[in-house]
Ligand binder design. Structure first.
Ligand code: GLV
Length: 313
């Protein structure tokens, strides 16, 4: 039997532990994953997780670090008992950036190319033609231009749209006008036909998309959210669409997930719902960096993509 001498907790309930174990084994057979409620979990030095149960990390006496199985770490940091001496790493995975870019392109293009109208007509065997629209006449604002957002912005620019990108610091990206600060944010909202949010959830972005914010959107703008649901006042979004200010929305994230069956968002004719799958984690592409982060943390080094815990990403 190969030696197995690193014990790590795995906690992502909707992904099978066995699949991750197999992928980690392919790289290095020293790691044994256990569920958070296994008796041996008490001995673990590392946890790899999406959203560990609140209070659980503080109770693990040997824990040195946490590796997020997602790009966002809000589900880990929203635990008031998160031990401040732990190091935290997140995923930055080119496959996930590509997947997000494809999803945002899909959301924009379905709207821009009148997909719903054509498909409705096709169901009636109706051969219709709508006047063409030119991407260069439309502006897309990308809010959040980190490792993922930057790639998304360049992808959308390559489709011919005018792209404004808003981020904390100035960026140089092909075909993208970089904007910062509150003036930059307002400029994005005033000018964009498509407002796409990929922002991380932090105290600065929670509830950002309120009724007041939606009023700043250009009339008929379309809202696309693949950041976090807690950034959006969902009632205000419905009001903005029903009031004729926004033309609709495509949402991949929600205040409560899974989206409760009674949510009015499901049945809204101008809102498209996705079940938080715009950029899914896969061990096929992520296991290598998770493994490296585990080894780094045990070696007293930072994980591959360290999180600034104060900043929240
Ligand atoms: C998914 O939501 C992620 O943060 O990767």
């Amino acid at each position: 039997m190969p030696e197995r001498d690193i014990l790590a907790i795995y906690h992502q309930p909707d992904y099978d532990i066995k699949i991750w174990q197999e992928w980690l084994d392919k790289i290095n057979r020293r790691i044994r994953l256990v569920p958070i409620d296994a008796p041996e979990a008490q001995e673990a030095e590392i946890i790899i997780a999406w959203a560990p149960p609140k209070g659980a990390l503080a109770k693990l006496p040997h824990l040195k670090g946490v590796i997020s199985l997602a790009q966002g770490v809000d589900h880990i940091l929203d635990d008031a008992t998160f031990p401040k001496d732990l190091v935290l790493g997140r995923l930055i995975d080119p496959f996930m950036a590509q997947s997000m870019a494809a999803w945002v392109a899909l959301a924009i293009l379905k709207q821009h190319r009148d997909d719903a109208t054509y498909q409705d007509a096709a169901k009636k065997r109706d051969w219709i033609r709508i006047e063409p629209k030119f991407a260069s006449d439309f502006t897309v604002a990308l809010l959040g231009m980190g490792a993922i957002g930057g790639h998304v912005a360049e992808t959308i620019a390559a489709l011919g749209f005018n792209v404004l990108g808003w981020s904390r610091s100035q960026k140089t990206l092909k075909g993208v006008t970089s904007l910062t600060g509150i003036d930059g944010f307002n400029q994005c909202l005033n000018k964009a036909d498509y407002v796409v949010s990929i922002l991380p959830l932090t105290s600065a972005t929670r509830d950002l998309f309120s009724a007041a914010t939606f009023k700043k959107f250009k009339k008929t703008a379309y809202f696309i959210n693949c950041g976090r649901g807690l950034q959006v006042d969902e009632d205000a979004l419905i009001d903005a669409i029903d009031g004729g200010h926004l033309s609709g929305a495509c949402l991949d994230v929600f205040r409560t997930e899974p989206l409760p069956p009674e949510s009015p968002l499901w049945a809204h004719p101008k809102i498209t719902i996705w079940p938080h799958v715009s950029a899914q984690t896969s061990p096929i592409t992520a296991a290598e960096q998770v493994m490296q982060s585990i080894l780094n943390i045990l070696d007293g080094k930072p994980p591959v993509n360290p999180v600034n815990i104060e900043r929240g990403y």
